[in-house]
Design a protein around this ligand. Structure first.
Ligand code: AMP
Length: 185
């Protein structure tokens, strides 16, 4: 595999959610990553929209780099037929390995795990540990309550207004494509 011009870390749900739009956008993102010759970096599971992104990327020929802790190999159906599979001891290590092997972060709809992953990289950014772009893929307005919460935290004086500038929301994979192209080497 040639060195990818962009490695895209995708954080997303291990469930599919209640709207087909989540699955559709996950597949569209997976296909886009392949079409552009980028690399997918993700949690290595084969379930939920996480599995959808990976299957779409693999089917369309992308290089896929997955990272999963040993104890989730069974529950999240760790995917072995990918370019690289890294099995970690801990969840923390998983996030770190995913992040250090990526140029940008994209967050799709998801649950508590996805929120944890988003806030981890956001807080790393807040304390100056990195400058990697973070995009929320706001499928059907899914992330609006989160954005409102961040605005509220800033308005009540518990975070600097700069926090809001450390991530961007995009409404569709097409819009995300335009943003990601700017980071392509
Ligand atoms: P969820 O959004 O809850 O479906 O979880 C999405 C992904 O995040 C799943 O692969 C979870 O295993 C993962 N996850 C949950 N908690 C953590 C954590 N503390 N650190 C890293 N990954 C996590």
């Amino acid at each position: 595999m040639p060195v990818p011009s962009l490695s895209v870390c995708v954080f997303c749900g291990s469930r599919s959610g209640l709207s087909r739009a989540y699955v559709a956008e996950a597949r569209a993102l997976g296909a886009l990553i392949a079409e552009r010759g980028w690399r997918l970096v993700y949690g290595a599971g084969d379930i939920g929209i996480m599995g959808e992104v990976a299957r779409a990327s693999l089917t369309a020929g992308a290089d896929v780099f997955g990272v999963i802790p040993t104890h989730l190999m069974q529950a999240e159906q760790g995917k072995r037929n990918i370019g690289t599979l890294v099995v970690t001891e801990t969840m923390h290590e998983r996030k770190k390995v995913m992040f250090t092997n990526s140029d940008v972060v994209v967050v799709l709809p998801g649950g508590a795990g996805t929120l944890d992953e988003f806030f981890e990289v956001l807080t790393w950014r807040q304390i100056g540990l990195h400058e990697k772009p973070i995009y929320l893929l706001d499928v059907d307005g899914f992330w609006q309550p989160l954005i409102t919460l961040v605005d509220h935290v800033i308005a009540r004086g518990f975070a600097d207004p700069s926090l809001r500038g450390f991530f961007q929301s995009v409404a569709s994979v097409a819009e995300l494509d335009m943003k990601l192209k700017q980071h392509d080497r």
